[in-house]
Design a protein around this ligand. Structure first.
Ligand SMILES: Nc1ncnc2c1ncn2[C@@H]1O[C@H](COP(=O)(O)OP(=O)(O)OP(=O)(O)O)[C@@H](O)[C@H]1O
Length: 730
C-alpha cells in the first residue's frame, strides 16, 4: 500500500475537517450574536429553543477550543456504510455540528447514530463497510487507520493504516489521561451508554479502561439528559489529588466541564485533606463502629459548658441541677439534630423551671411574666446560650482529642489499644487544616449528627433582646421551606444556614477505585447520592481495605433500594503483555483472588528483577537512569512509605545528568505537588492507585508488601502501572 495513497486519503479528510471547523466558527459567531441579541431584547424566553441549542454548541466549542494541541482533534471518526443504505460517509466527532441548512456535518459521539461506530464488528457489521479513525494534532489530520468490516459489499474504498487502537496504546504517557473517544471498544461502549438508572457497576482487572470508561459515561449522561445532570450535578470521586489531576483533562476534552471532581479527602465542602493515616490508624477510623462512637460524641455535654443553674424569683429558688439538665438534654436530642434544637432550648428550660414555681406570688404573676423576666435576665440568657451553643463539626471533632471523653464515647466500641492509636494520631495534628483523608468521613458523620449550624439573624433589634424565645413577629404563612419553618417559631435569633446538608446531594455519583472505600467513606458518599443514579468502578483484587464484608455491607446500605446493572471489562490496554504476565504471576503466587484480563500489546521487554543488592541507592539510581533513558514519557519510582524521604533525598543529591538522560526532570516528592514538566516522580504504593507511567522502578518490593495487611494487593497495583518497562530493585 503506497504512501501516496495514504497522503491522498489524508488530504481528502483534511478538506472535510477544515469545512467542519469553518462551520463551527460560523455557528459560534451566530450563537454568540443570537444570545447577545436575545439578552438585549429581554426576549430570551421567546427564542429560548434556538438560543439554548446554539448557546450549547457555543459553550462546547469554547471548551474544545481551550484544549491544547497535544489533544486529539474534533473530528475523529468516519463510517462508510453499504451504499444501499447510505452513499454518504458519516463523520463522528467530540460534539455535533450542522451547517446553515441544518444538515449534519458531524455526529456527536454520544448520539445514538454514533453508536454503530463503536459496536460494529466484522462478525456483525451492521451495515458498516469501512470504519476509519482520523488521527489529528489539533486541526491537522496526521494519519488515518481503517478497518474493513464487511468484505461482501462491493466498493472501491481503500484500506489504510495499521489499526488505530495499537497506535493509541503505544503512545508515550504524559501527566494526564487522554480521552479514548476514537477507539472505545464494544464492551466498553455498552457500559458507557447504559441508561442513567440505578447503579451501573463496572468491574475488570488492571488497565481494562474502567476509569476512562466511567469518565466517558459521565460525558454521555450529561449529553443524554443535560437538564437533569447539569442541574443536579455530577460528582466524580477518586482516590487522591494526584489521581484527580491525572484525569481532570478527559471531561473537558469531551466538551464537558459541569462535573465536580473530588478526591476522597475533598468530598465534604470546605475541607481538603491530602494525607493518609498509617494503616493501623486508618483501619480503625474506617470501620463502621466509628459511626456509633461519633453519634455518642455528638450527644455529649459540651465540654466547658455550665452543668447547673440557680435563680431566685418571687420568694423561690429555682434550680436546674446536673441530673435535670441531663434529662432535658436527652429530651431535646430525641427531637432531632442537636443544632436544630436551638430555637427550642429556651422554652424547654423555661418549662422545666416553671414547674418548680409553686408559691402563690409566682403563680399569680403567671407564666408569661415569668418568661419575660427570665429572658430579660442576663444570667439566664448567658446560661442558656452557654449550655446549648451552636456547634460545628470541627469543634466537636476536637473534643475527641480528650482521652477521657474518647474513653467515655468509645466504651464497648473501641479497645483500649485502638483508643490509644486514635489519641496518638490526633495529638500529632494541631488543627482542622491537618485532617487526614481518613478523618474527613468522621467529620461528615458529625456534621450530619449535629445538623448544620444555623446563622444568627442579623436583625439588630433582635440581637439587643434575648432572641432566644421570640414568636409571632414572623408570619408562618410567609415561610416557604420546611427548614425556614423549623427555625422560625422558637426564636428569631436563628435562621437557616447558607450551606445545608440538604444541598449535598447530586444527580449522579461516580466512584472510581471503589474497592478502596472504607465503610465510613461509603457512608459519606452515600449521603451525597440518596436520590442519584450511580456509576461504581473497581477491582476487588486491588483493594487496600482489609475487611471486605464490612465494606460490602456499607456499600449496600449506601445504595439501598437501587437497581444494579453490572458490566465487566476483559482486556488490559495499559500493560505490555510481558509486564502483565509478570504481575499476574505475582497475584497467583501470593493468592490474590484476581480478575486477570488479557493484555494485548507485545513489546518484547520482560520486566527486570535486580537484587538482592548491597547498595540500594546505587542500584536504584542505575535502574532509574536506564528506564528514563529508554522511555519517552513518565517514570514512577515507587517506594515503601518508610523510605519516601530517603529516596527523595537521593534524588535531590544525584547530579542532574543522572536522571536527565533523556531530558527527564525529577520531581522531589511530587506525589504531594507534581508539576507539569517533571517526568520522574516518587510515589508510595498507595499513591499509584489509578495512575500509569511508561516506566516503573519499584524500590524494595518486599517492604511494600510487608507494610500493611493488604500489602500484597498494593504491590499488585504497583506492578500493573507500567506501559513499557518495569524494574524491581530489592
Ligand atoms: N478503548 C481504548 N482505547 C485506547 N486506550 C484505552 C482504551 N481503553 C483503555 N485505554 C487505555 O488503557 C489505560 C488504562 O485505562 P484505565 O486507567 O481507565 O484502566 P483501569 O481499569 O481504571 O485501571 P486500574 O484499575 O488498573 O487503575 C489508559 O491509558 C487508557 O487510556
Amino acid at each position: 500500500m503506497s504512501e501516496e495513497l495514504e497522503a491522498r486519503e489524508i488530504a481528502a479528510e483534511q478538506a472535510y475537517v477544515d469545512e467542519v471547523y469553518v462551520q463551527l466558527e460560523a455557528s459560534t459567531r451566530s450563537a454568540r450574536a443570537l444570545a447577545a441579541e436575545g439578552r438585549n431584547r429581554g426576549k430570551l424566553e421567546h427564542e429560548g429553543g434556538l438560543v439554548e441549542r446554539d448557546a450549547m454548541v457555543f459553550q462546547a466549542a469554547k471548551r474544545i477550543a481551550q484544549l491544547d494541541a497535544a489533544h486529539e482533534g474534533l473530528v475523529f471518526g468516519r463510517l462508510d456504510l453499504d451504499p444501499a443504505i447510505d452513499a454518504q460517509p458519516r463523520y463522528i466527532g467530540r460534539i455535533g455540528v450542522r451547517n446553515e441548512d441544518r444538515d449534519v456535518l458531524l455526529i456527536d459521539w454520544r448520539a445514538p447514530a454514533a453508536g454503530v461506530f463503536y459496536q460494529a464488528t466484522a462478525a456483525t457489521p451492521s451495515g458498516v463497510v469501512r470504519r476509519r479513525v482520523l488521527r489529528s494534532l489539533h486541526r491537522t489530520v496526521v494519519g488515518v487507520e481503517d478497518e474493513l468490516l464487511d468484505d461482501q459489499v462491493e466498493t472501491d474504498l481503500p484500506i489504510v493504516g495499521e489499526g488505530a487502537l495499537m497506535a493509541q496504546l503505544s503512545r508515550a504517557r504524559d501527566r494526564s489521561m487522554h480521552s479514548i473517544v476514537a477507539t472505545i471498544q464494544a464492551e466498553q461502549d455498552q457500559a458507557i451508554r447504559a441508561p442513567g438508572k440505578g447503579v451501573v457497576s463496572i468491574s475488570g482487572g488492571p488497565g481494562t479502561g474502567k476509569t476512562v470508561v466511567a469518565l466517558h459515561r459521565a460525558a454521555f449522561l450529561l449529553y443524554s439528559d443535560r437538564r437533569r445532570y447539569e442541574g443536579g450535578g455530577v460528582l466524580v470521586v477518586g482516590p487522591s489529588g494526584v489521581f484527580m489531576r491525572y484525569i481532570e483533562r478527559v471531561l473537558p476534552s469531551l466538551g464537558e466541564t459541569a462535573v465536580a471532581l473530588r478526591s476522597l479527602g475533598e468530598v465534604v465542602g470546605g475541607v481538603r485533606a491530602t494525607r493518609h493515616d498509617e494503616p493501623a490508624v486508618a483501619d480503625v477510623k474506617g470501620a463502621t463502629r466509628m459511626a456509633e462512637l461519633l453519634r455518642r460524641t455528638a450527644r455529649q455535654h459540651a465540654p466547658g459548658a455550665p452543668t447547673s443553674f440557680r435563680i431566685y424569683w418571687r420568694d423561690e429558688t429555682i434550680v436546674l441541677d446536673p441530673g435535670l439538665l441531663g434529662r432535658l438534654r436527652r429530651q431535646l436530642m430525641s427531637q432531632g439534630r442537636r443544632n436544630r434544637q436551638l430555637p427550642r432550648v429556651a422554652k424547654t428550660l423555661l418549662d422545666a423551671m416553671w414547674r418548680q414555681v409553686t408559691g402563690e406570688r409566682g403563680r399569680e404573676r403567671g407564666r408569661e411574666a415569668f418568661d419575660d423576666d427570665m429572658l430579660g435576665h442576663e444570667g439566664f440568657v448567658e446560661f442558656a446560650s452557654a449550655w446549648w451553643p451552636p456547634l460545628d463539626a470541627q469543634t466537636v471533632f476536637g473534643w475527641l482529642r480528650d482521652p477521657e471523653l474518647l474513653a467515655r464515647v468509645g466504651e464497648g466500641v473501641l479497645t483500649r489499644e485502638e483508643q490509644l492509636l486514635l489519641t496518638k494520631s490526633w495529638a500529632a495534628t494541631s488543627g482542622p487544616g491537618e485532617l487526614s483523608i481518613e478523618d474527613v468521613p468522621l467529620l461528615d458523620e458529625l456534621r450530619y449528627a449535629l445538623g448544620d449550624v444555623p446563622q444568627r439573624s442579623d436583625d439588630e433589634r433582635d440581637l439587643d433582646e434575648t432572641g432566644l424565645l421570640e414568636g409571632g413577629a414572623v408570619d408562618l404563612q410567609e415561610l416557604t421551606t420546611i427548614s425556614e419553618r423549623d427555625y422560625a417559631p422558637g426564636g428569631l435569633r436563628w435562621s437557616p444556614p447558607t450551606h445545608r446538608i440538604e444541598d449535598d446531594g447530586y444527580a449522579h455519583v461516580l466512584i472510581d477505585e471503589a474497592q478502596d472505600l472504607t465503610p465510613m467513606q461509603w457512608r459519606m458518599v452515600g449521603r451525597r447520592g440518596r436520590t442519584a443514579s450511580w456509576t461504581i468502578v473497581g477491582d476487588p483484587a486491588q483493594s487496600s481495605w482489609p475487611d471486605a464484608p464490612e465494606a460490602a455491607a456499607a456499600r449496600a446500605e449506601a445504595l439501598e433500594g437501587k437497581e444494579l446493572h453490572e458490566f465487566h471489562l476483559s482486556t488490559n490496554y495499559r500493560n505490555s503483555a510481558e509486564i502483565y504476565a509478570f504481575a499476574a504471576d505475582y497475584a497467583r503466587r501470593v493468592g490474590l483472588d484476581a480478575d486477570l484480563p488479557d493484555a494485548v500489546r507485545r513489546t518484547g521487554e520482560v520486566p527486570v528483577v535486580v537484587g538482592p543488592v548491597d547498595d540500594l541507592e546505587a542500584a536504584v539510581r542505575e535502574a532509574v537512569t536506564t528506564v528514563a533513558g529508554r522511555v519517552e514519557g513518565t517514570v514512577g519510582i515507587v517506594v515503601p512509605v518508610a523510605r519516601r524521604s530517603e529516596v527523595n533525598a537521593w534524588l535531590a543529591s544525584w547530579p542532574e545528568h543522572a536522571t536527565d538522560a533523556a531530558g527527564a526532570r525529577a520531581a522531589v516528592d511530587s506525589s504531594v505537588t507534581p508539576s507539569g514538566e517533571d517526568r520522574i516522580v516518587v510515589l508510595t504504593g498507595l499513591d499509584t492507585k489509578g495512575l500509569e507511567f511508561d516506566g516503573i522502578v519499584v524500590v524494595s518490593p518486599q517492604e511494600i508488601e510487608d507494610e500493611s495487611a493488604t500489602g500484597r494487593a498494593t504491590l499488585y497495583v504497583v506492578l500493573t502501572r507500567a506501559t513499557q518497562l518495569l524494574t524491581t530493585v530489592g
